[in-house]
Write a protein that binds this ligand. Structure first.
Ligand SMILES: NC(=O)c1ccc[n+]([C@@H]2O[C@H](COP(=O)([O-])OP(=O)(O)OC[C@H]3O[C@@H](n4cnc5c(N)ncnc54)[C@H](OP(=O)(O)O)[C@@H]3O)[C@@H](O)[C@H]2O)c1
Length: 214
């Protein structure tokens, strides 16, 4: 299977790439800054092709999506809460390039906290500290989810992580549709990557928004 990954220089994208390589997938990664990767190590794996680019370059996506079977987007803004369209406009660019190239499946990431109807995140810490700190990011993730809600021709899975941690893989986590699993509010990126890898061959969460937490 040929997989196109966006966000491979990021924390979660890096974990996903680490998991894709031993699975022997053919992988194309689009990164803005290749210097952030260990290129010497990557060159050992001749199944990885690197493309320098940006999700805001639709022509590049259209060209390089060719021949792929599935797209994984681990795009994010780090700690930056400036106005962004990487999810909404970036997502539209991804969907258009997928359609042109006949790619059917997309795995994408937003956040468990964008769902204001979730009683388990309706508390002082989330509402007064975390949500205001990331309100512009969450706004664009919400726009992206609205686009996905109206997308039926692509088999998308929208993974909503809780608070992300850089901790070792455990394989022990809970999944709940839309809302956080009771009492769960954090997840390691290696476990998030594990769940994402599992979605490659599974249709269980197509057109769904699973929240992942310990
Ligand atoms: N942090 C949390 O606690 C938390 C909680 C819930 C959900 N999330 C979501 O989980 C996802 C992964 O988060 P993370 O912290 O692991 O990711 P991250 O380290 O912030 O990585 C983001 C990746 O996106 C890339 N990127 C950003 N803008 C781009 C553009 N215009 N074109 C191409 N690539 C671009 C970055 O490239 P560069 O290396 O070039 O910057 C980087 O590779 C994000 O969507 C985040 O919002 C995070």
């Amino acid at each position: 299977m040929n997989i196109f990954l966006l966000g491979a220089t990021g924390n979660t994208g890096g974990e996903i790439l680490k998991r894709l390589i031993p699975e022997k997938y053919t992988i194309k990664i689009l990164v803005r800054n290749p210097a952030k990767l260990n290129l010497t190590e990557l060159k050992q794996f001749n199944q990885v092709e690197l493309i320098q680019g940006d999700v805001f370059e639709p022509g590049k996506l259209m060209k390089h999506f060719k021949g792929n079977d599935l797209v994984i987007s681990a795009l994010g803004t780090g700690k930056d809460n400036s106005y962004t369209e990487i999810y909404s406009q970036g997502g539209k660019n991804i969907l258009s390039a997928m359609r042109i190239n006949g790619i059917r499946k997309l795995i994408t990431i937003t956040s468990g906290l964008i769902d204001m109807s979730d009683p388990s995140t309706d508390n002082f810490f989330m509402n007064r500290i975390i949500r205001p700190n990331y309100n512009k990011v969450y706004y664009d993730q919400t726009r992206w989810e609205t686009i996905l809600d109206n997308t039926t021709d692509i088999d998308w899975v929208c993974v909503r992580p809780t608070n992300l941690l850089n901790k070792p893989f455990t394989g022990k986590y809970r999944i709940n549709l839309n809302h956080c699993p009771k009492g769960g509010w954090k997840i390691g990126r290696a476990d998030l990557a594990d769940f994402i890898i599992k979605q490659i061959d599974s249709n269980e969460f197509v057109h769904q928004k699973p929240v992942i937490a310990y």
